[in-house]
Design a protein around this ligand. Structure first.
Ligand code: TYD
Length: 200
């Protein structure tokens, strides 16, 4: 595999988790040492912050939300991601700082560049090396999977902006991003992903 740190991104219901499971099985078969992490969450502190972010119990202003996500990943990068990579363990990440650029920067209208900068500081420039973007119209993905948490239950227009945010990221960082049409079959898309990651 040609990367130590790959993230899967996409709007809610795009199927990230199934793709990560599929890739995990493939890496196991090839005896590649890896770890799966998720955001929000991924560490003890992170799972606590995840609960604050997704619970309906709290009212969270957009900037507070962005800062909580970035605090979560600041901890996750230092505590888990960097040490794992230093020990030869590859990271498969279910979301990353790019989610914040799309969801908080564009979805919540806080600004693409501003949220990119906040996260760049939080993670000390330690962005994923490769990103698989599962692209799908949120109207379809939200029908596939009903999400009840505070952010996942946002309105359709919010998710349409999030999708645009992702496409803007993929356009800006062309060498890092692989856009996959999430309407297609998982097995045929997985072949495209393996080829891109230089896996047999
Ligand atoms: P996740 O657990 O990946 O949910 P799903 O499997 O439904 O995609 O993420 C939880 C929610 O948090 C999801 O609605 C996306 C949102 N989110 C942000 O708004 N910003 C972020 O930086 C991250 C990581 C997630």
């Amino acid at each position: 595999m040609n990367t130590n740190y790959v993230a899967f991104e996409g709007v809610d219901g795009s199927g990230k988790t199934s793709y990560i499971e599929e890739l995990s099985n493939h890496l196991e078969k090839n005896s590649i040492n890896f770890k799966v992490v998720r955001e929000p969450g991924g560490s003890k502190l992170g799972e606590g912050i995840r609960n604050l972010l997704l619970s309906h119990e709290y009212e969270v202003e957009p900037l507070t939300e962005a800062l909580l996500f970035s605090a979560n990943r600041s901890n996750l990068v230092e505590e888990i991601i960097k040490p794992s990579i230093e020990n030869g363990i590859k990271i498969l990440s279910d979301r990353s700082a790019y989610s914040s650029v799309a969801y908080q920067g564009v979805g919540r209208n806080l600004g693409f560049d501003k949220i990119y900068e906040i996260n760049d500081i939080a993670i000390g420039g330690f962005w994923p090396e490769k990103v698989v973007l599962l692209d799908i119209d949120p109207e379809i993905s939200l029908k596939r999977q009903k999400i009840n948490d505070r952010i996942g239950s946002s309105d359709l227009d919010f998710f349409k902006r999030v999708r645009e945010g992702y496409l803007e990221l993929a356009d800006k960082f062309k060498e890092k991003f692989l856009i996959v049409d999430a309407n297609n079959e998982l097995s045929s898309n997985s072949k495209i992903i393996y080829k891109w990651l230089e896996l047999d």
